[in-house]
Design a protein around this ligand. Structure first.
Ligand code: NDP
Length: 460
């Protein structure tokens, strides 16, 4: 150990890096962590947390409207963007301080600087200082990618800037059909902006279950979001009051803000990887094995920089597993199958497991159960909205392979449902579970009629 200044040097103090540093330190390792921006990373500073706060803010509009049917008279509500952003920033600062305090409590040295690898054991800091580390963990995350290089790209913002706009745009065009595009479309729509979402494919949320995609699109459109598919933004011009975007079919849309949510790229540039021999995978992320180890045996990588499943809880689990494996004497592989996920769109989506299309590819027989219904809350409010629920079941073993929900609190439902699906619950187990009445989720245990059955058995 004498050869090394620290046992572990972590580059990047986001969700994965902070967890790994803390757990490694609790196993007795001497740990330093470098962060060039703010401690907390994407999730805390400009991702999950501020996004969810904005989602909460955007939902009050419906609550005020819905209250009328329940006998409440709500005087004309007004919204103050600056107030929301200031409160959000205060909360983010509080969380950042909590992360710093946790690291300090575990005696992790925090270096607020950029760190570059000079070789497999040497890290150079911005001030020229060199630190020798026995192990290195790369946890630098990912950054927004703007996609194609179009004219006027300099006018385009990403989610990074969306959190700090000086005012709420009256009209916004968002390009993309993934998590971020769909979530921000809901946020701006709820807060009162006129939203146009432009997506290059047939329907939003590619990779999700087709019925869920269709249902969510219908709900978003009913809320007044204009969804333009099979188009891309060809150019963006500054005009007197905002920006004129020209789409690939030559339609012009004038808005106050243009935002691209066209994916995120692993943050690998300028890290000095070439000096170490660390290699990249085909998806542009750092190539790692099941223990998050790169091809260089003392260098590991976790989280979005590896481009496996880009979700905060996955990065945290990978960071924890790395620390237990290397410093805790307990090798842990992270299981990336059956990861529950939520899209905080309006309404929300909650998903775990296989889509119908995936199941039909992999299983001999597939049974589909699905339902759409008007949630009870919408009765008195008169809101025009429907909930969607779908179970994808293995027709031979009766195991529930996938569950897809669109509706209020779908994220909360899928977290709990995820336990059952991971444990291998069967449709019969679902049916045997008593309903909680009246709830929306009771539908999950009361769906008796197959909507469809596919595969060899169905063909016979
Ligand atoms: P996604 O990869 O989910 O979506 C990117 C979207 O941009 C896709 O619809 C893609 O189209 C489109 N696109 C990509 N390149 C271009 C281009 N050149 N021109 C036009 N459209 C393009 O990325 P996001 O940025 O939405 O989010 C990044 C990741 O962050 C997510 O995948 C997720 O893992 C994570 N995340 C998770 C959240 C959550 O858990 N709630 C919330 C936010 C982010 P196509 O479908 O055709 O490829």
């Amino acid at each position: 150990m004498a050869d090394f200044d620290v046992d572990l040097f972590v580059i990047g103090a986001g969700s994965g890096g902070v967890r790994a540093a803390r757990i490694a330190a609790s196993h007795g390792a001497r740990v330093a962590i470098a962060e060039e921006y703010r401690v907390g990373g994407t999730c805390v500073i400009r991702g999950c947390v501020p996004k969810k706060l904005l989602v909460y803010a955007s939902r009050f509009a419906d609550d005020f409207e819905d209250a009328a049917g329940y006998g409440w008279h709500v005087p004309q509500a007004t919204f103050d963007w600056t107030h929301l952003i200031a409160n959000k920033d205060r909360e983010i600062a509080r969380l950042e301080a909590a992360y710093v305090a946790t690291l300090e409590r575990h005696e992790v040295e925090i270096l607020r600087t950029r760190a570059v690898l000079e070789d497999r054991h040497t890290v150079r800091l911005a001030d020229g200082r060199r630190i020798r580390a026995k192990y290195v963990l790369i946890a630098t995350g990912a950054a927004p990618s703007l996609g194609a290089d179009i004219a006027g790209l300099q006018h385009v913002i990403t989610s990074n800037e969306a959190f700090h706009l000086p005012s709420l745009p009256k009209r916004i065009l968002i390009q993309g059909g993934g998590y971020i595009a769909v979530e921000f479309a809901g946020i701006f729509n709820g807060l009162g902006s006129e939203v146009t979402l432009v997506y290059r494919g047939d329907n939003i949320l590619r990779g999700f279950d087709d019925d869920l995609r269709a249902h969510l699109r219908g709900e978003m459109e009913r809320r007044g979001i204009r969804i333009v598919t099979r188009q891309t933004v060809a150019s963006v011009d500054k005009v007197e009051h905002g920006f004129c975007t020209t789409l690939s079919d030559n339609e012009e849309v004038v808005v106050d803000q243009v935002m691209f949510a066209t994916g995120r790229k692993p943050h690998v540039n300028g890290l000095g990887l070439e000096a170490t021999g660390v290699t990249l995978a085909a998806n542009g992320g750092i190539a790692v094995d099941g223990y998050s180890r790169t091809v260089v045996d003392n260098i590991y990588a976790v989280g979005d920089v590896t481009n496996r499943v880009n979700l905060t809880p996955v990065a945290i689990r990978e960071g924890h597993a790395f620390a237990d494996t290397v410093f805790g004497g307990k090798p842990v592989r992270v299981d990336h199958a059956n990861v529950p996920t939520a899209v905080f769109s309006e309404p929300e989506c909650g998903v775990i497991g296989l889509t119908e299309a995936q199941a039909r590819q992999h299983c001999e027989r597939v049974d589909i159960y699905k339902t759409t219904f008007r949630p009870m809350r919408a009765t008195l409010s008169g809101r025009d909205t429907r909930v969607f629920m779908k179970l994808v079941v293995d027709g031979i073993t009766d195991k529930v392979l996938g569950c897809h929900i669109v509706g209020a609190d779908a994220g909360e439902m899928i977290q709990v449902l995820g336990i059952a699906v991971r444990m291998g619950a069967t449709k019969a187990d679902f049916d045997a579970t008593m309903a909680v009445h009246p709830t929306m989720s009771e539908e999950l245990v009361t769906m008796r009629e197959k909507a469809a059955s596919y595969g060899r058995a169905a063909a016979e």
